[in-house]
Design a protein around this ligand. Structure first.
Ligand SMILES: Nc1nc2c(ncn2[C@@H]2O[C@H](COP(=O)(O)OP(=O)(O)OP(=O)(O)O)[C@@H](O)[C@H]2O)c(=O)[nH]1
Ligand SMILES: [Zn+2]
Ligand SMILES: [Zn+2]
Ligand SMILES: [Zn+2]
Length: 279
């Protein structure tokens, strides 16, 4: 649950704040932890619906504009003959991304969050109703472009993929550790632009990722030129096959959810006064 920017309430869970008659005043912390419990219970229901049909759900996260929809377009073009794909799009406003996906010939549903800067399990549940899950192998969920809070919510998905485009700077994993630590796979995107940039090093970006104690694979690719797409497509096909086997064996996979950047913001871990460093 994201306590970092105070954005926990969305149109999907707002009703929970008002349904129970207030017996006695409750603290903000209690309200938030109740929302968290509701989110996680709802996420389990969403995951059960997906697992009942053997559908693998992948949550794509990144800052705005790092190429999530372009990657989905390029992926669908290459995989739609071998896998049945559906896409749920999350944005504050517009149907633009869902329209782009539908133009590729696969079903897409747009969630517009209004003011919420992330998706949550309550928003995902009704979106699943728009799909015939028995006809899907793979469901992509494109989260709202935001490098902070989407990592803190279980939607009912299985895997997290975090994108970092080369124009954003190679230190982003160090600056946004909650997001990058949640990644099962990190994609460095738009690598066709590397020749025009003199200060982005894919090796340095990967090193920042490793410093978070993450062993997630890191692939470099370009949706525009097609460079590096093979490894990503193979990873997807492997994950889909593995998930079908997993649910056949009665198991599922919960995503790596970073329960908020609390420790990063905990005043106790960040004393106001520290000894000066003598040089
Ligand atoms: N050169 C280059 N441009 C790209 C590539 N992928 C995406 N872009 C461009 O980057 C811009 C943003 O791409 P989108 O796919 O819309 O990014 P997004 O992450 O879906 O954006 P939001 O949904 O707003 O968060 C567009 O102008 C794309 O054409 C790439 O591989 N190379
Ligand atoms: Zn937040
Ligand atoms: Zn998009
Ligand atoms: Zn948010």
């Amino acid at each position: 649950m994201c306590n970092t920017c105070g954005c926990n309430v969305t149109s999907g869970n707002r009703h929970l704040l008002f349904t129970a008659p207030a017996q006695k005043p409750v603290s903000a912390v209690t309200v938030l932890s109740n929302l968290l419990k509701h989110n996680d219970a709802h996420a389990e229901q969403n995951r059960a619906r997906l697992d009942a049909q053997g559908v693998l759900a992948i949550n794509l996260m990144s800052s705005p504009g790092s190429g999530k929809t372009a990657l989905l377009e390029a992926t669908i073009q290459r995989l739609k003959d071998s896998l049945n794909i559906g896409v749920i799009e999350g944005d504050l406003e517009t149907e633009n991304d869902a329209d782009r996906i539908r133009a590729q010939g696969v079903p897409a549903h747009q969630i517009t969050t209004g003011t919420a800067c992330h998706l949550d399990a309550h928003l995902l549940g009704p979106a699943l109703d728009h799909f015939d899950l028995s006809k899907l192998d793979l469901l992509f969920i494109e989260n709202v472009g935001n490098l902070v809070c989407p990592a803190s919510f279980d939607l009912g998905h299985h895997r997290n993929v975090t994108l970092l485009s080369v124009t954003e700077g190679d230190d982003k994993p160090a600056k946004y550790p909650v997001m990058f630590r949640a990644a099962d796979l990190m994609l460095i995107t738009k690598i066709d632009l590397l020749p025009h940039l003199d200060d982005f090093s894919p090796e340095r970006a990967e090193l920042c990722q490793r410093k978070l104690a993450s062993s997630a694979p890191v692939f470099n690719l370009s949706s525009r030129s097609g460079q590096g797409m093979e490894a990503w497509l193979e990873w997807l096909q492997h994950e889909v096959a593995e998930h079908k086997q997993r649910v056949k064996n009665g198991q599922t996979l919960r995503p790596r959810v970073q329960q908020d950047g609390q420790s990063l913001h905990d005043p106790a871990s960040q004393p106001r006064f520290r000894p000066v460093v003598r040089v």
